[in-house]
Design a protein around this ligand. Structure first.
Ligand SMILES: O=P(O)(O)OC[C@H]1O[C@H](O[C@H]2O[C@H](CO)[C@@H](O)[C@H](O)[C@H]2O)[C@H](O)[C@@H](O)[C@@H]1O
Length: 368
C-alpha cells in the first residue's frame, strides 16, 4: 500500500467530521494516524461518558436519599401538602373507615421499626422506643398477629423491642423468625423459630464488604457503617452535606467490585444488600402465607412504615387489594400507602385505639 492510498481523503474526513464534529484531523494525517487519533478521542469520550455516568449515579443516590428524608414543608409548599393529604388522609381521622373495611376480617400488623415505632435520632444505636410504645405493642400482639419488618439485624431490633411474642422480619425481610414466647422451641433451641433466611449464602460477602467499607469510610467525619447481618447501612446523617458525594463515591467504588450486591436509599442512609428478589413486600407475603392467609379474603393486613423500603410492602397490599398501607410522614412523599400518620406518637395513638376497639368488641361482639 502506498502512502497515497493511506492518505485521508476529503470524503473520509468529512464523514468522520459528521460523526464527531469536534475531531480535527491534521490534513496530512494518514489513515492509521487518523484512526489512532479517533480511537484516542473515542477512548477519551468513553472515559468521559463513564465518568459522567458514575457521577450521575452518585448524584441520583444522594437525590433519592434526600427525597426519602425531606425536612419540613416551606409555606410555598403548603398547597401541595393539602392536596397530598387529600389523597393520603390521616389514619386517625379516618379510623372508623379503616375499621369498617376490616370488619369480620383478621387484622394482621406489620410494623417498621425506625421512624415508625421509634423516632429518628442521630445515633442509630440509640433509637429507643418509649415505654408507652412497648406497652401498646404488647397489647397489640396479644390481640393480633404482629410482625416487626425492619432493615435492622434481628438481634439489634429485638434488643430495642424486647417482645418475644412478635414475628421479626429483620435485614429487610431476609431474616424471618416467629414468636418464641410460649413455645416449647424456646427452651430447647431458639433457632428452631427461624422461619426463613433466603440470603444466607451472602453472609461471608456481606462481612467482607462491611470490613472494606469501615476502612474506606473512616476518613469521612461522621460516616458510620452498620452491619445488619444480611445487609449493610452507610449512614450520612452526621456527615457534612459537602462530603455526601465523596462518601457516596467511596461506596460506589466498593460496590463496583461486588456485582451480586445492590444499593437502595433510605433516610440519610445508603443500604447495601444482595441482588436477590426479596424485600419487605415479599416478607409480608411470606408471613401471611405462614399464618395461613395465602389466598384468604378474610385477612386485613395493616402495614405501617416511614421509609422507601416500606413502599415494596405498600405495593403488595395495593396489588392484593387487601388491607391498608400507612405511611409515617409529616411531609408529602411519593407513596403507595393509602393513609398517613405524622410520627411515632401518632402511630402509638392509632395502635392504642385498635386495642381499645378490640377489647370493646370482645365485650360487644356485634361491633366487630
Ligand atoms: O426498616 P427500618 O426499621 O426503618 O430501618 C431502616 C434503617 O433504620 C436505621 O436508620 C435510620 O434510623 C436511624 C436512627 O433513628 C437514623 O440515625 C438513620 O439516619 C436512619 O436512616 C438503621 O440504623 C439502619 O440500619 C436501617 O437500615
Amino acid at each position: 500500500m502506498t502512502k497515497q492510498n493511506n492518505a485521508v481523503t476529503p470524503e473520509f474526513k468529512s464523514c468522520i467530521n459528521n460523526l464527531i464534529s469536534t475531531v480535527v484531523l491534521p490534513s496530512a494525517a494518514t489513515v492509521p494516524e487518523s484512526m489512532a487519533l479517533i480511537n484516542g478521542f473515542l477512548g477519551f469520550s468513553r472515559k468521559n461518558f463513564t465518568k459522567r455516568l458514575e457521577e450521575s449515579k452518585v448524584n441520583a443516590w444522594i437525590d433519592s436519599m434526600r427525597a426519602a428524608s425531606p425536612t419540613r414543608v416551606k409555606s410555598s409548599e403548603n398547597q401541595e401538602k393539602c392536596s397530598w393529604i387529600l389523597y393520603h388522609p390521616s389514619a386517625l381521622k379516618l379510623f372508623d373507615q379503616i375499621l369498617y373495611s376490616a370488619k369480620r376480617k383478621q387484622i394482621v400488623f406489620f410494623l417498621d421499626y425506625d421512624g415508625t415505632l421509634s423516632p429518628i435520632v442521630a445515633d442509630p444505636e440509640k433509637a429507643f422506643m418509649t415505654r408507652k410504645m412497648r406497652a401498646t405493642l404488647k397489647d397489640i400482639a396479644r390481640n393480633f398477629p404482629t410482625a416487626i419488618v425492619t432493615g435492622r439485624c434481628r438481634e439489634k431490633v429485638f434488643n430495642f423491642v424486647k417482645l418475644a411474642e412478635l414475628y421479626y422480619a429483620a435485614s429487610h425481610g431476609m431474616d424471618i423468625m416467629g414468636p418464641t414466647k410460649n413455645r416449647s422451641a424456646e427452651k430447647s433451641n431458639v433457632n428452631k423459630a427461624v422461619l426463613f433466611q433466603p440470603a444466607s449464602q451472602y453472609l461471608p460477602m456481606i462481612d467482607e464488604v462491611y470490613k472494606i467499607l469501615l476502612e474506606k469510610t473512616k476518613s469521612v467525619s461522621g460516616a458510620k457503617v452498620e452491619n445488619n447481618k444480611f445487609c449493610l447501612s452507610v449512614h450520612f446523617r452526621c456527615v457534612d452535606e459537602k462530603s455526601w458525594a465523596p462518601l457516596a463515591e467511596k461506596v460506589r467504588l466498593v460496590l463496583n467490585e461486588y456485582p451480586k450486591l445492590k444499593l437502595t436509599q433510605g433516610r440519610k442512609v445508603l443500604e447495601i444488600r444482595p441482588t436477590i428478589k426479596w424485600d419487605k413486600g415479599k416478607a409480608l407475603e411470606f408471613l401471611l402465607e405462614s399464618l395461613g392467609y395465602k389466598n384468604s379474603n378474610d385477612v386485613f393486613p395493616i402495614y405501617i412504615g416511614d421509609d422507601r423500603t416500606d413502599e415494596d410492602a405498600f405495593k403488595v397490599l395495593r396489588r392484593r387489594g387487601q388491607g391498608v398501607g400507612i405511611l409515617v410522614s409529616s411531609v408529602p412523599k411519593e407513596t403507595d400507602a393509602s393513609y398517613t400518620l405524622q410520627d411515632p406518637s401518632e402511630v402509638e395513638h392509632f395502635l392504642r385505639r385498635l386495642v381499645e376497639w378490640k377489647r370493646s368488641s370482645i365485650v360487644n361482639p356485634t361491633s366487630a
